[in-house]
Design a protein around this ligand. Sequence first.
Ligand SMILES: C[S@@+](CC[C@H](N)C(=O)[O-])C[C@H]1O[C@@H](n2cnc3c(N)ncnc32)[C@H](O)[C@@H]1O
Length: 418
Amino acid sequence: MTGERLRVSVERVAHGGHCVARHDGRVIFVRHTLPGEVVDVVITGEGPRGSYLRADAVDVVEASPDRVEPRCPHAGPGRCGGCDWQHVTVTGQRELKAEVLREQLARLGGVTEIGGRPLVEAVSVEPVAGDVDGLSWRTRVAYAVDDDGVVGLRRHRSHEIEPVEHCPLVTDAVDGTAVTGRRWPGSERLEVVASSTGDRALVVHPRTPADVTAGLPEDVAVPGTRGRRWVRERAGGRDWRVDAAGFWQVHPGAANALVSAVHAALRPRTGEHLLDLYAGVGLFAGVLAADLGPEGSVDAVEASARACADARRNLHDVAGVRIHERAVASWLRHAAPDRADIVVLDPPRSGAGKEVMAAVLERRPRAVAYVACDPAALGRDVGLARAAGWRLASVRGLDLFPLTQHVEAVALLLPDHA
Ligand SMILES: C[S@@+](CC[C@H](N)C(=O)[O-])C[C@H]1O[C@@H](n2cnc3c(N)ncnc32)[C@H](O)[C@@H]1O
């Protein structure tokens, strides 16, 4: 079947950046297309035991009104795997992301309405400040390097590398490192981390051969070889130190957008006790603590030692914040207080899961703000909360990853009686 060419009518968008079509009763997940299109596809693979097919649209027979010419020469079937939706208008992308959020909340979370409004009205995806038509937002990039030392980006579901000199998604600071302008023999991977503030960028190189800095501008640091190993970020009115290997949102407008969405959802009150779970370098703890006053307190929990070290530095002047370097589940099981007033849950892609959700909700907070980077994990965790007597009070989708299928969401969970 792989390599076969078929004509299909495309149905809805699905989680993962492709759309659903059918052939002889089998589902085909098609990339490079849009709902409502008729396209010719080439089959690229099969799911386990042939349960479904994967395909690329190679010719468009009937185009969607949301289709545009890709703005990157590396986009298209068999090419760079970084962008899923180069062929879609920016507003069309946001509608697709909203549709995925709604579908995952309904299917995995059992949600049919939010505050009496149908999901189609209650769930949308907003652009963030500083967005310029979806381009020039990537402050962190993991480049792949081929056997000849040429820098590029991985092709979709492949170990093959698409050589890329300029990716239109990266910021000027990333481009300014000039890493794509030279060869990196002996390397497999190269990360560039650039601050959103315009400060100097870092090139994180796993092997650091002797000539690692050759050809790089002098103000570009290479951790372990020259300069510092952290960047300064700014969000919520504060500066943040973030280690080269630490987590920080990639879009320059993301941290402020998330802080303000979480703040609006939780409305922290004086004297409250906040749990900031999966706290990173302390972003939510540091910003929300200002509203809790001298009687308030924060427990911030984060597993990475480097992130905790940065969080301690970042929050040294914020009273009432305790930073716990520990896995969230273990901290909740063994060390957490019995009660909390408000909770921020910002887990990795896999979501919080059964044990963490149960332990959080048992502490009977008045509100939980769930920050999700995977709509499926959000759907599952919302389903767990609903089964425990909670309701989904609001969801805001944020377009933190334009031109890709990824979407961030901030969901507010409230006890059912509130
Ligand atoms: C999505 S990031 C959020 C970071 C932070 N809230 C922010 O907005 O910058 C998730 C964080 O969870 C941490 N993490 C992952 N698994 C964890 C676990 N089981 N327990 C505690 N922290 C964990 C990661 O190191 C990462 O810093």
